[in-house]
Design a binder for this molecule. Structure first.
Ligand code: ZN
Ligand code: ZN
Length: 360
């Protein structure tokens, strides 16, 4: 007989909302989570942000979804239980979990605090745990995760508006740092003013960088400049505006996940400028090579950030009073929220009030 681990014997009853098929529609769902193991932290979920990936996964648009799927990877809450070998957290602490809950802890990426690039990285939902069970995300009443993947949320960050930092925040913070676009005096373009773009503007401004927002919708100008603090705004379809800004940017963070032309963005870059893609269009983009060669420009990508950098990002956000602009919604509004998100009808992130509105 094989001895069972304690967590197999005493799983926790959990409750959340799940997608059951490709309609992507979510409905109430009962499931179990593992008991708190020695290196685990368990917490009561208070808020969970709605990320575009949640909808892609709910509808199986990337072809990897296993149903039932409980989405959510912008999760914050209060610690309710810690394992015997947990030393960084205690009951009552404010914590969060972002896009991942596990990695191998032994590869080069893991050794470099880049668990996000570990080949065995475990996504927060819809992936397999080391023990073969499926991971469930934050559209649920409780979370259990390895201490290593828990982020401490500083006291002055409001939990509802802070939740989106765990995916949207780190997704834009990490490339600003890694690609050296965080130096005062630099001029950075942010393409797309949605969940990612609006926090990118806030982070870049806090780093002392000059920011230009590039968007297809002229009606976002006022918001970008007056409310978010961008220095200037370009309507990407306006040839004259784009022409006059040629060769002015040191780098661009492109958050757009629809298919779009890259050439106009290359044109905005100075020589040696960098275009960093963080949105993930479903189809390949066309890559004009001449302008890259002529200006020694480069195109790169970036995917969230490691745990060390995620904590650094949250602490930086706390220091500079950065949170997302959010619309807090009840759990049973989630399907409507997804529809509205698809139309870009949200400023700028939906956050589910899980603790108050998730009723078994
Ligand atoms: Zn996300
Ligand atoms: Zn690894």
């Amino acid at each position: 007989m094989v001895a069972k681990l304690p967590e197999e014997e005493h799983p926790k009853q959990a409750f959340g909302w799940a997608a059951r098929d490709q309609s992507g529609l979510l409905s109430p769902f009962k499931f179990s989570r593992r008991a708190t193991a020695e290196k685990d932290v368990a917490f009561k979920v208070l808020y969970c942000g709605i990320c575009h990936s949640d909808l892609h996964m709910a509808k199986n648009e990337w072809g990897v979804t296993q149903y039932p799927l409980v989405p959510g990877h912008e999760i914050v809450g209060i610690v309710t239980e810690v394992g015997s070998k947990v030393d960084k957290f205690k009951v009552g602490d404010k914590v969060g979990v972002g896009c991942m809950v596990g990695s191998c802890h032994s590869c080069d990426s893991c050794h470099d605090n880049l668990e996000n690039y570990c080949p065995k990285m475990i996504l927060t939902y819809g992936a397999r745990n080391h023990d073969g069970t499926i991971t469930y995300g934050g559209y649920s009443d409780l979370m259990v995760a390895e201490e290593h993947f828990i982020v401490r949320i500083p006291d002055n960050i409001s939990l509802d508006a802070g939740a989106p930092l765990l995916c949207a925040g780190i997704t834009v913070y990490s490339p600003l740092r890694y690609f050296g676009l965080d130096k005062p005096g630099m001029h950075v373009g942010i393409v797309g003013l949605g969940g990612l773009g609006h926090v990118a503007v806030k982070f870049a401004k806090a780093m002392g960088v000059k920011v230009t927002v590039i968007s297809t919708s002229p009606n976002k100008k006022q918001e970008a400049v007056e409310n978010l603090g961008a220095d200037s705004f370009l309507v990407s379809r306006d040839q004259d505006q784009m022409q006059s800004a040629m060769g002015t940017l040191d780098g661009i963070i492109d958050t757009v996940s629809a298919v779009h032309p890259l050439l106009p963005l290359f044109t905005l870059l100075k020589s040696h400028g960098k275009l960093v893609l963080v949105g993930a269009p479903e189809k390949p983009l066309e890559l004009p090579v001449f302008p890259l060669i002529a200006g020694r420009k480069m195109v790169g990508g970036s995917c969230i950030g490691g745990m060390k950098e995620t904590q650094e990002m949250i602490d930086f956000a706390a220091k500079h009073n950065i949170t997302a602009d959010v619309e807090v919604i009840p759990m049973d509004y989630v399907n409507t929220a997804m529809e509205r998100m698809l139309k870009g009808d949200v400023r700028y992130r939906f956050v589910i009030d899980v603790a108050k509105t998730l009723n078994p």
